[in-house]
Write a protein that binds this ligand. Structure first.
Ligand SMILES: Cc1cc2nc3c(=O)[nH]c(=O)nc-3n(C[C@H](O)[C@H](O)[C@H](O)COP(=O)(O)O)c2cc1C
Length: 287
């Protein structure tokens, strides 16, 4: 089970109707284009990390991984008491050291090639953009716990490279997202598998936090000058008003198409074929 330790950004609790209207104005023409009605402002209702953690402790999941910070000490202690493996995510060497010092069992070194959000927590995400090939050996040298490489690994060559850099595991997201078993929509999966996903970009425009997706019309617009973006998670909630009708209308240019930099070489539409290719390929790469 995976959780986000920090679930809201500064200003979310006080963001008002005026800020909502400003952010909504970027989307208004697209909402019209897909026949969606305009959402109304409603004050933010926070979710509590502690409530989510209670579920995983009560369920006794085998492993608890997390991003965007480090859970409070008593939660990590409780995990250890229950034999739950803890896995923290670092986007810089300093974050990896902090994760290890907190007593976490495994560190994921997440390079900036990765699809989806940057889980940075010591510095801003924009100031924590290190590529996987640079980040993994820095973290391997800095910590004693096992390191898992993440970001831009899309096939057996990437896994072999991660091992060569000292990682003991590889975490892959985008290539699994392209498989029919994933929760991604057909439009999203097709975009990754189209062979045209070579250009990805980072944006705060889709959720309020920096994340990587395929560079489509919406991403281009949201990264434009002067575009108002609400603090996380309010921007995410706002964008959902466009995502659902855009999907129904088949308009992938209006969707957040999360993907990492190696999306262009994703090729397998189901998990069995993907995993078979990884297992066979890694065996060949490592002989
Ligand atoms: C759509 C999407 C959602 C993700 N959500 C999470 C998440 O909630 N928690 C997390 O730790 N990592 C998350 N990740 C990161 C993946 O676990 C993984 O580290 C990353 O995708 C690896 O890079 P790759 O996309 O280049 O394979 C997500 C990735 C994607 C593409």
């Amino acid at each position: 089970m995976n959780l986000w330790v920090s679930m809201e950004d500064e200003g979310a609790a006080t963001s008002d109707a005026e800020a909502f209207e400003r952010a909504l104005s970027n989307l208004a023409p697209h909402l019209d284009a897909v026949g969606a009605s305009k959402p109304q402002f409603s004050p933010y209702k926070p979710l509590r990390f502690e409530d989510q953690v209670r579920v995983l402790l009560d369920t006794r999941v085998p492993a608890f991984s997390f991003i965007y910070g480090i859970p409070p000490k008593e939660i990590l202690l409780e995990c250890h008491r229950q034999g739950i493996l803890t896995i923290g995510t670092a986007t810089t060497r300093d974050e990896a050291i902090a994760v290890e010092e907190a007593g976490v069992d495994v560190v994921v070194a997440s390079g900036f090639e990765a699809g989806g959000h940057r889980g940075s927590f010591l510095r801003s995400s924009e100031d924590s953009l290190t590529g996987t090939i640079s980040l993994v050996p820095q973290i391997v040298d800095a910590v004693g716990v096992p390191v898992v490489a993440a970001g831009g690994i899309a096939d057996a060559r990437g896994i072999a490279a991660a091992f060569a850099l000292g990682a003991q595991g590889a975490q892959m997201g985008t290539v699994f997202l392209a498989c029919e078993e994933s929760g991604a929509t057909t439009l999203h999966r097709e975009a990754i598998l189209s062979g045209k996903a070579g250009r990805t970009s980072l944006t705060r425009g889709f959720t309020g936090r920096l994340a990587r997706g395929i560079h489509n019309q919406l991403l281009e617009e949201m990264n434009g000058p002067g575009v108002a973006v609400l603090p996380y998670p309010l921007q995410r909630a706002l964008m959902r008003n466009l995502a659902v009708p855009a999907q129904q209308a088949g308009r992938s240019e209006f969707l957040a198409l999360w993907a990492g930099q190696s999306a262009g070489i994703a090729q397998y539409p189901d998990v069995a074929t993907l995993l078979q290719s990884l297992v066979n390929g890694v065996s060949e790469e490592l002989v």
